[in-house]
Design a binder for this molecule. Sequence first.
Ligand SMILES: [Zn+2]
Length: 137
Amino acid sequence: MFTIDHLGIAVKSLAAAKSIYETLGLPISSEETVEHEKVKLVMVPVGESRLELLEATSDDSTIAKFIAKRGEGLHHVCLRVPDLSAAVAKLKQDNVRLVSEDIRRRDVADEKTPDIAFALHAVLETALQRMRSGWYH
Ligand SMILES: [Zn+2]
């Protein structure tokens, strides 16, 4: 089954964006900085999905460039997929532009998430599979 894991939203100010969701009473994860991507982020769980609020920590980060060009807003959609290798094979077969040829493994909190990014509709899409609860095989 495909589900939306999270929507990545580029924001100028994490503090300002967080306050909106705090006002609504939603829980917000603690801030995490991803050095090599030059961003800091929080996750806001909403039902079975999450919002990922992303603020650049440097003017040359992809989030800073995205905001300079397009303003704040939807940066990427992250789909959870049942079979990442199969999903990647289908994308390649259809000549969808992959941002990287490699399936990356990220350590996010307590889980490992193999993922791959591709470009569609002027926003990034990320397909990921979780190494948890039977998703990963
Ligand atoms: Zn994301």
